[in-house]
Write a protein that binds this ligand. Structure first.
Ligand code: A2P
Length: 284
């Protein structure tokens, strides 16, 4: 995947185009601050916005979309099903609430946020099968342009694929330097999924690793730009989050340089202190 501009797109397994960098909104509370930040991101050039019902900020994202004045079809909007809403009926209701909060009549991408929330831990396979059936229906009706999952390990994907009629098109994972989840990425790709990288800067942690400062110096870029360029060259679709207009603009100036293959491999192997959360033992 070689991308040379922010407007470049990846192609999902169903043929849908998805802009190759997205603006992440995790940990941005609902309110005018977030609406202003999302609007600034759109003005800076982002066309792909990633939110979730669990972030609690869909209304602010919706306000920013309307304030931008852009036609809806020029934006790519992702949201995610929250943990309490697994199962067929609950998913149908939750999706309609998400559309209402965002003030839109379709989503470009809808993901199951978490494979086995604590409330469903003893029946997660059945709950996901029901959820997926509801998502497939909305997809067939054209109210969701692409469907996928987040934080799914191979065992969760295998279980979902037993009853799915349509395979997930995306697996969104925590992917950053030193946190590359190679086996899971390989399997997800084999099953046709694009890998989206949330927390591509390791929630900021990676930026303080001394080796990253050395790469920043070598390429004349910031450590964040090195991380995001690395993510693209790994074939991931990064979703950096920044509430600061200068940093959000900096984070998309990553198309006019490239890292050597050797440096991509070395950055992948850096120890940046991150470990993937085990979905089967979390308490949410
Ligand atoms: P801020 O929102 O104040 O810019 P991730 O995308 O991996 O979750 O990382 C997000 C964190 O990294 C946030 O704390 C964000 O802070 C910070 N961040 C985002 N972009 C940059 C950048 N270009 N330089 C430094 N810090 C950044």
């Amino acid at each position: 995947m070689e991308h040379n501009s922010l407007s470049a797109c990846c192609t999902l397994s169903n043929g849908a185009a998805i802009p190759c960098v997205g603006y992440g909104t995790w940990q941005m509370p609902d309110g005018s601050g977030t609406a202003d930040a999302v609007l600034a991101a759109i003005r800076a050039g982002y066309r792909h916005i990633d939110t979730a019902a669990a972030y609690g900020n869909e209304r602010s994202v919706g306000n920013a979309i309307r304030a931008s004045g852009l036609p809806r079809e020029e934006l790519f909007i992702t949201s995610k099903l929250a943990n309490p809403d697994h199962g067929y009926e609950a998913t149908r209701a939750a999706f309609l609430r998400t559309l209402d909060s965002l003030g839109t009549d379709y989503l470009d991408l809808y993901l199951i946020h978490w494979p086995n929330p604590i409330a469903f831990r003893d029946q997660w396979k059945q709950a996901n099968a029901g959820t997926w059936r509801a998502m497939e229906e909305f997809y067939r009706e054209g109210r969701i342009r692409a469907i996928g999952v987040s934080n799914f390990c191979q065992r969760h994907l295998e279980a979902l694929l037993e009853s799915a009629q349509i395979a997930p098109m995306v697996n969104q994972l925590s992917l950053s330097p030193g946190l590359t989840q190679d086996e899971l990425c390989r399997y997800s790709r084999e099953m046709g999924m694009l890998l989206e990288a949330y927390s591509p800067l390791g929630t900021g942690r990676v930026l303080n690793v001394p080796e990253m400062a050395a790469y920043a110096e070598k390429y004349g870029r910031s450590a964040a730009q090195i991380c995001l360029r690395w993510s693209l060259q790994m074939g991931f679709l990064p979703l950096p989050k920044s509430a600061d207009p200068t940093r959000m603009a900096q984070n998309i100036q990553i198309f006019d340089f490239s890292l050597s293959d050797e440096d991509v491999a070395a950055i992948a192997a850096l120890d940046c202190g991150g470990v993937p959360r085990d979905p089967d033992t979390t308490t949410f």
